[in-house]
Design a protein around this ligand. Structure first.
Ligand code: C2E
Ligand code: MG
Ligand code: MG
Length: 707
């Protein structure tokens, strides 16, 4: 009977081991009991057959179970006392049935068998009853314990649920739960985000109801993608429309959850409008020019790479137009930077207007702009360039004044002139300088011939620096003649550059770069010294009435050391200032106040002032009367057509009249023919200069004309 009981225990333990973390310990027990039962059974069998011999193989089998139980005990020490509970929830009322059956069996056997002797069966039954009762009592105890624990757990669960609910309610993030994309829960922050107080308006609605219609598909796609992951990893952004109509940007994360037993999605959403706006601003700052609002150089680089790729794929041409404003520096220098800024804004607006749909315009910085033309051959590119030049022929009105601006445009083509953005820009830039050297207000195509024409700005600048050091500059002198009696009045000093490779370089080709780089100051000083020295020599040999005219660039004129420099040169050479004539351009009048001061100081020195290229500048003639000037030089462009164009003749006549009126000398430049000379004389122009009398010549040659 005891062995049977052990068998029950062994089987019981075996099954229990399935649910226990102490599986190994219970297995040890199971085996221990099994061996015990086996040993007992074998012993009983051998004994009944009379074959049992003490000290046989059965005996050690009794010790083995004890060893195993001991082993289990050692093993158990390494384990924490945590056990996994197996909960069998059964109704206690039904528990009683098996015991009831056993009890009935016990009573009936007791009563049926009237013999008073304690039969084996009765003892067995009695023991079974006792054991069953003991088991029942322990089971009840265990059950009650489990039940109590369950209740505590339930309570804890309710508390933590409460806590979570609270957390969700006070969360600053919008939290939404949806089943099959229909909203079933939304917290307060969610309602705030949508700008409503009523939950009824929300419950049952689709999660996409508030998504901006244009972003519906992409949002749906992103949400589905994000929800594939269970851990709130993927974020997705989209714009939504609030109840008040306002558009805001939100960012969501979504995860699968179980909501009241159903498969649902929990979304946590945040308002990121502010961040989005900042990003927008940063992007704007990085890719757009602050002053003009045009896309900038960085944007150009970014887009041109894509465009070149496109052109490559489609096997098409493309063009880059590099645009630089002529004489913008002058406006900036004479009118101040804030005016320059306004000017640039106006120019940008005009550019956008002119280009319209033709291409995209970018501001490269300063007065440099770039245009990219897709699918553009030479015909299209030059057409656009001409359109830009034509568009600039109209004046700008800024602060109630009229201004002209002209562009110089360089063009390079993909793939002919370069197949990457750097070479295309560089070559368009080089072509632009070529346009500058051609006098501005024109366009030039890049040609890959190595020459002065194609030298880059930097090469040019370096060459000018070298020229100063190597003394590559020289001066030619052009006579100024009295138109009435043919007398030589004076000479104009005109710079020449003899470059070792490029030959004789015209001032038109390098003066603007020298001005831009400031190199004009040392060059200008050298010319002044050289020309004054030459004049002094001529005075000393008897031509003591000759005057010398020296061109002064606006940049020099504004240099703070300029007046002192002139003074020093005159003193050093001991030249009477009245023989020196400084030719300035009309543009200095843009900044009347400052210019007037400088002019007055120069006047005090005793030098003469003349306005060169008169009629081409931006100035208003009415200012002339306020300036202490001695001479105006009518620009060659008016003289050119004086004999064919009545309008030009009228202009020249008016300028001469005004000169007389203001009591200043009037000199006509660029007289090439006798006809021009006669007309000018007829209009009482006193002095003339031009190829008709003489080209600019080196000092030795011009001397021949003195006699
Ligand atoms: P500018 O001061 O108006 O000089 C007159 C220009 O017209 C000179 O060109 C002269 O060679 C040219 N010229 C004179 N008569 C005739 C003619 O009958 N027909 C034609 N087609 N041209 C004639 P150049 O020497 O090439 O100088 C160009 C400009 O470069 C000058 O215009 C002046 O603004 C500037 N420049 C020349 N030398 C200097 C200088 O030393 N300093 C500065 N700052 N500028 C200079
Ligand atoms: Mg001149
Ligand atoms: Mg001139």
């Amino acid at each position: 009977i005891i062995d049977l009981a052990l068998l029950f225990v062994a089987i019981g333990l075996f099954y229990l081991s399935k649910y226990s973390v102490n599986k190994k310990i219970l297995t040890f027990f199971t085996f221990a009991f099994a061996i015990q039962i086996f040993a007992d059974t074998a012993h009983t069998y051998l004994l009944s057959k009379g074959k049992y011999v003490p000290g046989g193989i059965i005996d050690p089998l009794w010790i083995l179970p004890l060893l195993m139980i001991g082993l289990a005990a050692i093993y158990a020490r390494n384990y924490s006392d945590e056990t996994v509970e197996t909960v069998f929830i059964t109704k206690q009322e039904y528990d009683i049935f098996p015991y009831l059956g056993a009890f009935v069996l016990f009573i009936s056997i007791m009563l049926q068998n009237k013999t008073q002797t304690l039969g084996t069966l009765r003892i067995g039954l009695f023991l079974v009853m006792v054991m069953i009762t003991i088991r029942q009592i322990t089971m009840l105890k265990v059950n009650r314990n489990l039940l109590r624990r369950l209740l505590i757990k339930n309570e804890e669960l309710a508390k933590s649920e409460e806590r979570y609910r609270h957390l969700i309610e006070i969360s600053p993030n919008a939290i939404t739960v949806d089943i099959d994309e229909k909203i079933v829960f939304m917290n307060k922050a969610g309602l705030d985000l949508l700008g409503t107080e009523s939950l009824e308006k929300i419950i049952g609605e689709s999660v996409y109801d508030f998504v901006d219609i244009n972003h519906f598909q992409i949002t749906q796609f992103r949400r589905q993608k994000a929800s594939e992951n269970n851990e709130f990893i993927e974020r997705y952004e989209y714009p939504i429309k609030r109840f008040d109509g306002q558009m805001i940007y939100v960012e969501s994360r979504v995860a699968k959850i179980n909501y009241n037993g159903e498969k649902a999605y929990l979304a946590v959403t945040q308002d990121v409008t502010y961040r989005k706006k900042s990003e927008e601003i940063i992007k704007q700052m990085a890719y757009f020019d602050e002053l003009t609002g045009l896309p900038n150089r960085a944007m150009f680089h970014k887009q041109i790479i894509e465009q070149i790729e496109n052109a490559r794929d489609n096997n098409s041409q493309a063009a880059v137009l590099f645009i630089d404003l002529d004489r913008f520096k002058l406006i900036n220098d004479t009118m101040g930077h804030s005016f320059g800024d306004v000017f640039l804004k106006n120019v940008s607006k005009r550019m956008v207007q002119i280009l319209d749909q033709d291409g995209m315009i970018y501001r490269f910085g300063g007065d440099e702009f770039c245009v990219f033309l897709e699918k553009a051959d030479q015909k299209k590119a030059t057409m656009v360039a001409q359109k830009i030049i034509d568009g600039f022929s109209e004046k700008f009105y800024i602060e109630n004044r009229e201004f002209y601006s002209t562009p110089s445009i360089g063009i390079s083509f993909y793939p002919k002139d370069g197949d990457d953005e750097d070479s295309l820009i560089k070559h368009a830039d080089m072509a632009m300088y070529k346009a500058k050297r051609h006098g501005g207000n024109n366009y030039q195509l890049y040609t890959n011939v190595l020459s002065l024409e194609n030298s880059s700005k930097m090469e040019m600048e370096n060459a000018i620096r070298k020229a100063i050091v190597n003394q590559e500059f020289l001066i030619h002198y052009q006579p100024k003649v009295n138109l009435y009696n043919g007398d030589l009045i004076g000479l104009e000093a005109l710079i020449r550059w003899k470059h070792p490779n490029w030959g004789l370089v015209s001032p038109l080709q390098f003066i603007s770069i020298a001005e831009e780089t400031g190199l004009i100051n040392p060059i200008g000083q050298w010319i002044l010294q050289e020309a004054c020295m030459q004049l002094k020599k001529w005075h000393n040999v008897g031509f003591s009435t000759l005057c010398m005219a020296v061109n002064i660039s606006p940049r020099q004129f504004q240099d703070e050391h300029f007046i002192n420099m002139v003074k020093n040169v005159l003193q050093e050479i001991q030249l009477d200032p009245k023989y020196l004539q400084l030719e300035i351009t009309e543009s200095v009048m843009n900044n009347m106040k400052e210019s007037l001061n400088i002019l007055c100081e120069l006047k005090q020195l005793g030098v003469k002032i003349s306005i060169d290229d008169f009629g081409t500048g931006y100035s208003s003639l009415s200012y002339l009367k306020y300036l202490p000037i001695d001479e105006i030089k009518i620009d060659k462009s008016f003289v050119d057509d004086i004999h064919t164009n009545k309008k030009d003749e009228a202009i020249v006549e008016a300028i001469i009249d005004m000169g007389h009126h203001l009591q200043v000398n009037v000199t006509a430049e660029g007289i090439e023919t006798e006809q021009q000379y006669l007309i000018l004389k007829e209009h009482r122009c006193h002095v003339g200069q031009g190829y008709f009398f003489s080209k600019p010549l080196p000092s030795a040659e011009v001397e021949q004309l003195f006699y």
